[in-house]
Design a protein around this ligand. Structure first.
Ligand code: SAH
Ligand code: SF4
Length: 369
């Protein structure tokens, strides 16, 4: 049975063409699924009855199974989603004054094993399918609407999720073949209709795949830098041994002509005494001299057994100032949802560790509306 959430716009068009239906049918169905968040094919009332019956027999809209749904004191909301075989992934909703951002996962676990990342610690389980990636967006919109979410943009008739960041669990470029169709759905006018600048993909630096993304589906790019020289980055972000900084900087420069923004965002996690000294700031300035960029300094979010501590606030501010004095734009990321382990780098899909036994009786399907 085809899961309609798995089909990129072109694949949905092909699905209907193969069945002798006109192209506009694909657009109609896409709007039912991705704009009205309807799961039941039978409810797609502007389709002729025979088509609805055929569709019901051959396709379905199969969203994620929610294992746990937690809301933080600051309004951040995290869904733990079943990924089979005792694995789970997380999607996090971050409401702000004028937008709703969803942080989306792309893999169950991650093979890249960055030293400071909870997802990396659990190793790689598997790639998510397109349906599982876009299903996070589908489900979040649907659940938030059903729960009467508020927000200035929702009052203006926009869906709850206005921005997507692929900054959840996993390395999105390592799951390129499922991530790109999901991106295409996020951008498609008959699906989520987000502008390219409202969709950001974060990568630890898979250089050849940065080029492929530029050619296939350029969206805003964030790169997890975390160190200003190869020696330190080799330790913190092991993929650097394969794709060192010089190559990474060159890939960023090659990406920009196609990008929806004229800068790359460099993420830089602040690790106490490790990468946060004045000399590191000076090295960063030199490293990025030829790369139009903005820095986003991320206070390290601890997790059990991490082995790092967060840089004290005043030194993060001093680091920011050092970058700014050299003419760089640098912001400090607000930590959201840390009381529910939803902050950057804390996502671990902890079904195995913490909740497996309880979950045996508590897996509940997503609400049907
Ligand atoms: N795999 C991708 C995207 C997911 S991680 C990547 O690495 O870019 C999103 C961001 O959170 C990355 O910049 C990542 O390095 C950072 N991060 C990982 N662990 C963290 C932690 N414990 N505290 C703060 N940020 C962390
Ligand atoms: Fe993977 Fe990103 Fe975590 Fe590194 S920081 S282990 S690439 S999810």
């Amino acid at each position: 049975m085809t899961n309609l959430l798995d089909l990129a716009p072109s694949a949905l068009a092909a699905f209907f063409a193969e069945r002798g239906e006109k192209p506009f049918r694909a657009r109609q169905v896409s709007r039912w699924v991705h704009q009205r968040f309807v799961a039941d094919v039978g409810a797609m009332t502007d389709l002729a009855k025979p088509l609805r019956e055929r569709l019901a027999a051959e396709a379905q809209v199969r969203g994620p199974t929610v294992i746990r749904d937690t809301t933080s004191a600051d309004g951040t909301r995290k869904w733990l989603l079943d990924a089979g075989n005792g694995n789970a992934v997380e999607a996090v909703y971050i409401p702000e004054d004028d937008r709703g951002t969803l942080c989306v996962s792309s893999q169950a676990g991650c093979a890249l094993d960055c030293a400071f990342c909870a997802t990396g610690k659990q190793g790689f389980n598997r790639n998510l399918t397109t349906a599982e990636i876009v299903g996070q967006l589908w489900h979040a919109n649907r659940a938030l609407l059903a729960d009467g979410v508020t927000g200035s943009w929702v009052e203006h008739g926009r869906p709850p999720i206005t921005n997507v960041v692929l900054m959840g669990m996993g390395e999105p470029l390592a799951n390129f073949d499922h991530v790109v169709p999901a991106l295409q759905l996020m951008l498609d006018d008959n699906a989520y209709g987000l502008s390219r600048r409202r969709v950001t993909l974060s990568t630890s630096g898979l250089v050849p795949l940065i080029d492929r993304l530029r050619d296939a589906c350029p969206v805003a790019l964030a790169v997890s830098l975390h160190a200003p020289n190869d020696e330190l980055r080799d330790r913190l972000v092991p993929i650097n041994r394969r794709h060192p900084l010089r190559e990474l900087m060159a890939a960023c420069v090659r990406y920009l002509p196609a990008a929806p923004r004229d800068f790359v965002t460099f993420e830089y996690v602040m690790l106490d005494g490790v990468n946060d000294q004045p000399r590191h700031a000076a090295e960063l300035v030199a490293l990025t001299r030829d790369v139009p960029c903005k820095f986003n300094l991320i206070p390290f979010n601890p997790f059990p057994g991490a082995g790092f501590a967060v840089t004290p606030r005043e030194r993060i501010v001093a680091f920011q100032q050092a970058l700014q004095e050299a003419g760089l734009v640098a912001t400090i990321r607000k930590t959201r949802g840390d009381d529910i382990d939803a902050a950057c780098g804390q996502l671990a899909g902890q079904v195995r560790d913490r909740t497996k036994r309880r979950l045996a009786t508590r897996i509940v399907p997503a609400p049907v509306h």
